[in-house]
Design a protein around this ligand. Structure first.
Ligand code: COA
Length: 173
């Protein structure tokens, strides 16, 4: 794998993050919920970053980016809605279409699991993926997440819920 780093989102990431989100907009909208049109501007992304960093400061969110050797952002990963009372959080990730298939989402998810365990002392992570999103489900499965069955799970338009109990994460594949 070419060299990539995973680091925390910074207030100076506006330009790089906007470039990443704009060039992948259609790709992401084909797989995950679309963002508001107002997001796609320097002001929109600066507000988005400010919100994420504020939530990071309060311990509710852990925003990460994946950077390539040229300093371009090629992926994002977030520990979301961190709840210290229940020791639970949600994970989310998105990878540049041209950087897919190199294991970056798997790398990012493993990093988040470790951060969740060591830094945030969480015991449970949840993730949501549309049934048609086979790539994402493979990443979740590989990292030990288990599909939680629910009524209507076979509807393609419905998101499926996956769960990882971190104390059993020693079985990561
Ligand atoms: C899903 C996504 C995160 C995967 O990122 P990635 O960096 O390519 O993931 P990885 O390389 O770690 O692993 C993906 C695996 O799924 C496989 N895969 C991808 N698309 C697939 C498909 N349609 N059917 C079956 N397997 C598929 C890949 O071959 C790879 O498996 P391998 O390593 O055994 O070859 C990326 O495609 C993406 O960002 N999509 C748009 C946003 C999104 O869907 N985010 C997740 C929301 S739940």
């Amino acid at each position: 794998m070419t060299s990539f780093i995973i680091r925390e989102l910074k207030s100076t990431d506006t330009e790089a993050l906007l470039a990443f989100e704009v060039r992948n907009r259609h790709w992401f909208e084909a797989n995950i919920d679309a963002r508001a049109t107002s997001f796609y501007s320097p002001e929109g992304v600066a507000d988005h970053i400010a919100g994420y960093l504020s939530d990071f400061a309060s311990g509710a969110w852990h925003p990460l980016v994946i950077e390539d050797a040229d300093g371009s952002i090629v992926g994002r990963a977030n520990l979301k809605s961190i709840d210290s009372a229940t020791a639970c959080a949600e994970v989310g990730y998105r990878i540049d279409q041209h950087a897919c298939g190199q294991g970056l989402a798997t790398l990012a998810l493993r990093h988040m699991i470790e951060q969740a365990r060591v830094r945030w002392k969480l015991t449970q992570l949840v993730a949501y993926a549309y049934q048609a999103n086979l790539g994402s489900q493979k990443v979740l499965d590989r990292c030990g997440f288990v599909l939680e069955h629910a009524d209507g799970d076979d509807e393609p338009a419905k998101e499926r819920r996956f769960v990882l109990f971190i104390h059993s994460a020693g079985s990561l594949r």
